[in-house]
Design a protein around this ligand. Sequence first.
Ligand SMILES: Nc1ncnc2c1ncn2[C@@H]1O[C@H](COP(=O)(O)OP(=O)(O)OP(=O)(O)O)[C@@H](O)[C@H]1O
Ligand SMILES: CC(C)(CO)[C@@H](O)C(=O)[O-]
Ligand code: BAL
Length: 280
Amino acid sequence: MTILVHTKADLAKARAGLPGRVAVVPTMGALHDGHRALLRRAKEIADAVVVTVFVNPLQFRPNEDLDTYPRSLDADLAMCEAEGADVVFAPSVNEMYPDGREGLTSVHAGPLGEVLEGASRPGFFTGVLTVVAKLFHLTRPDAACFGEKDFQQLAMVRRMVADLDLGIAVEGVPTVRESDGLARSSRNVFLSEAERAAALAIPAAIGAAQASPDPLAAARRILGAEPALDVDYVAVRAPDLGEAPAAGPARLLIAARAGTTRLIDNAPVVVGDTAIGDAR
Ligand SMILES: Nc1ncnc2c1ncn2[C@@H]1O[C@H](COP(=O)(O)OP(=O)(O)OP(=O)(O)O)[C@@H](O)[C@H]1O
Ligand SMILES: CC(C)(CO)[C@@H](O)C(=O)[O-]
Ligand code: BAL
């Protein structure tokens, strides 16, 4: 049976009763099959699983979708129950930030926090890392599961855990997709039929990039052919998100807006592999 708690005090009591190794799955709720994969992985690598459900205001800019972000705690709880999670921590904003957010001590994200998502959403990674650090302290996990869909976030959490010697095993879970290739995302519910059709240019760009010795050009070509998609960035970087290699394994990362909905995706690619044909 899954225990639902809303306060840090009740979380501490529930945590004290958990046996063995504990894995945490931090989420913003509106759980879907991508989250389900994280819950299942957590179950495999630990004896007990804590899920956090918190739409963190600290990582939203004033013009972003904090107020409209989907919230569905009852359904989230049902999924956590079905997947055998032990505890769900769903705090209020006041519980997490009782002294408000002005002047809050925070985790500085470093240079990697300034590029890609960090360039498009200034302050985003400070907001993410600060709340993740708080959630780690509150849940005291041995392991934590994050999705590769948010690839830069996964890299930044790994970096924080290493730099601050947090001693938590960070587990990356591959991106779960719809049958047509679109990455599962809580924000997909906002897409109209036409926007959703346009969004398919993102997995199409990934497919073309993976089949080309010049992944960036191939992805740009596909994205550029979809006028209903407003591309924020398309980039090839090293697998650790450093500078792209001249040749060899790399990561393609895409962010684009379909209507007002911002979508991100990424995948492994190989730069300069002349053995693979270019799908023009
Ligand atoms: N399709 C997916 N496959 C694997 N992991 C995912 C997927 N979608 C989300 N996750 C992971 O779930 C965790 C919680 O993410 P979050 O609650 O923000 O969901 P989300 O679908 O990414 O929402 P949004 O896309 O609106 O930001 C993160 O570690 C995220 O990477
Ligand atoms: C890690 C996280 C739960 C922090 O709010 C959020 O960024 C998310 O859901 O990916
Ligand atoms: N999934 C990352 C959280 C966000 O977009 O705010």
